[in-house]
Design a protein around this ligand. Structure first.
Ligand SMILES: Nc1ncnc2c1ncn2[C@@H]1O[C@H](COP(=O)(O)OP(=O)(O)O)[C@@H](O)[C@H]1O
Ligand SMILES: [Mg+2]
Ligand SMILES: [Zn+2]
Length: 512
């Protein structure tokens, strides 16, 4: 295979570096004035030019060109040696794989030897935050008294992990994410040089996907060009997985229609097909962001095909901006947090269940008439807590009326969130039906997926919450309730409620 684009296009001179002008200026001035520091710390996101500039510095300090302002000249022996990775006095250490004290000791032993070829020995220590504490201490000793022929460039993506003692010995430079338009220009340049046919909007998509990392952008271009086809928006979206998927459309539609079961089905279908739950959550957030842009009148900023745009416009007008914002927050949490790590799909399922909920401010609603109207807006998608009187269902008399439990139910949220048990909080929040039969609390869930999350431990905790609040200890049983019009078993099959459900209504609260 031919050389990777990001290797081939590594800048060999200052002028080729994109962005990072503040760093460039300082380094160039130092070279011109022969005032190079002995230790630098380059901090910033990956693929933004840290190693590139460290190598340029190595080249420039050893360059043989008489005119200091022309260094690196890329013509002298040393410049060429650095470019071709055969300059003996440039030593690159990857701290991620050599993080031990031995490595730093070895470095300290060797550092006092004069450079083999050039004037300066340059040590680039990449991912320096990975060094162990003893290794850091050993490095510190070296940084305190570096031999005059040594220059250190420490590079890191995680500056907060660098001890202050090390920081204070280094001239520090923060590398920034490269702006999208500068990445696009760079990609256009490479595409032209490599004879790659690429549309500008596709390059813009690549640039945005790389989040300011030039290497990632160049790698994506590489990957897409290897298809041999013209790089169009469509191709880019397909390969990058940013095409608005049917799953996302289905999910949003099911939220609009208040159809929990259909939404969960869409999620599981996607996950079964190998989609990563967090990336699905991100896709949903992206889509919602598009809806928000449309609602704010910035439709032109939404990059997608005409078909999808038409669907988005319909969704955008069916939801209020507040709905969209709330849903974005919920799914964004699922996309970023790791609470579901033991069960990767859980965060997503809970987020979905939560979007079907009323906003937290509102109290649990107890409606007395079945809701027959179709297509509520998302903010009206209040799950209705159901309880049926025991007389009607003919079950054992309840130890405590379900209405008492319904009253305290929402207060559990706050308690659990304080304990950072937000999993259980969201889970309890997704309960659609509550009933008490004798000494047993029957909880209805919208699907068996949600229901199955209520394991023994969760049940115990819920029971404890009820005991704390009401002074009664109940066993807990879970059931699937109100999924697609299914009548919960504890609702009298021939009663008002059942009829309403069969007619497509939501479950209604029934109190004693
Ligand atoms: N600022 C930049 N200007 C031009 N190309 C860059 C820049 N940053 C990164 N690149 C490209 O990405 C590749 C990797 O960059 P590198 O300097 O190794 O990133 P870092 O060390 O910050 O992770 C380079 O070979 C180059 O092709
Ligand atoms: Mg690097
Ligand atoms: Zn030179």
């Amino acid at each position: 295979m031919s050389q990777a684009l990001y290797r081939k296009y590594r800048p060999q001179g200052w002028a080729e570096v994109v962005g990072q002008q503040h760093v460039l200026q300082t380094l160039r001035n130092a070279i011109a004035a022969d005032r190079v520091a002995h230790a630098y710390l380059f901090a910033g996101p990956r693929g933004t030019g840290k190693t590139t500039l460290a190598r340029l510095l190595a080249k420039a300090v050893n360059c043989l060109n008489e005119d200091k302002s022309k260094r690196p000249c890329n013509e002298c022996d040393y410049c060429r040696a650095v470019s071709e990775n055969r300059f003996l006095d440039l030593i690159e250490i990857d701290a991620a794989s050599n993080n031990g004290i031995e490595d730093v000791r070895e470095l300290r032993d060797k550092i006092n030897f004069a450079p083999t070829q050039g004037k300066y020995k340059i040590y680039i220590i990449d991912e320096v935050h990975m060094l162990s504490t003893p290794a850091f201490n050993a490095l510190l000793k070296t940084l305190e008294e570096p031999p005059p022929h040594a220059i250190f460039v420490l590079a890191t993506t995680e500056i907060h992990k660098i001890p202050a003692t090390v920081l204070s010995r280094c001239q520090r430079h923060e590398f920034r994410r490269v702006p999208v338009d500068e990445i696009v220009a760079n990609l256009q340049h490479i595409a032209a040089a490599e004879n790659i046919q690429a549309d500008d909007d596709a390059l813009a998509l690549i640039a945005r996907q790389s989040a300011g990392g030039m290497r990632d952008a160049q790698s994506l271009l590489d990957q897409l060009s290897s298809t041999g086809e013209r790089i169009t928006m469509e191709l880019a979206q397909t390969v990058l997985g940013t095409a608005t998927s049917q799953t996302v459309l289905d999910l949003v539609a099911s939220i609009l229609d208040g159809e929990a079961a259909r939404g969960l089905e869409a999620i599981h279908h996607a996950l079964d097909g190998g989609v990563d739950p967090r990336s699905l959550a991100r896709q949903i957030v992206d889509y919602l962001r598009g809806l928000m842009l449309i609602q704010m009148g910035n439709e032109s900023q939404v990059e997608t095909t005409k078909d999808i745009k038409a669907k988005m416009s319909a969704h955008a007008s069916a939801l209020t901006p507040a709905d969209v914002l709330r849903m974005m927050r919920i799914f964004n949490e699922a996309a970023t947090d790791s609470r579901g790590s033991w069960q990767p799909s859980l965060s997503l399922e809970l987020a979905f269940a939560e979007t079907l909920e009323a906003p937290a401010e509102s109290a649990p609603v107890t409606r007395s008439t079945p809701k027959q109207s179709a297509k509520p807006s998302a903010s009206q998608l209040t799950p209705v807590v159901v309880s049926t009187s025991s007389e009607k269902s003919g079950a054992t008399a309840p130890t405590i009326p379900a209405s008492e439990i319904i009253k305290v139910w929402k207060s559990f949220q706050a308690i659990l969130k304080k304990e950072s048990a937000s999993n259980l909080a969201a889970l309890l929040n997704s309960v659609t039906a509550i009933d008490v039969q004798g000494n047993t609390l029957v909880l209805g869930f919208a699907s068996d997926v949600l229901m199955s999350k209520m394991k023994e431990e969760e049940k115990k905790r819920a029971s404890q919450l009820i005991a704390d609040a009401l002074g009664v200890t109940l066993d807990i049983r879970c059931e699937v309730a109100n999924a697609r019009g299914k009548v919960p078993p504890h609702v009298p099959q021939d009663g008002m409620v059942a009829t309403a459900i069969h007619q497509g209504g939501e479950i209604v609260d029934v109190q004693e």
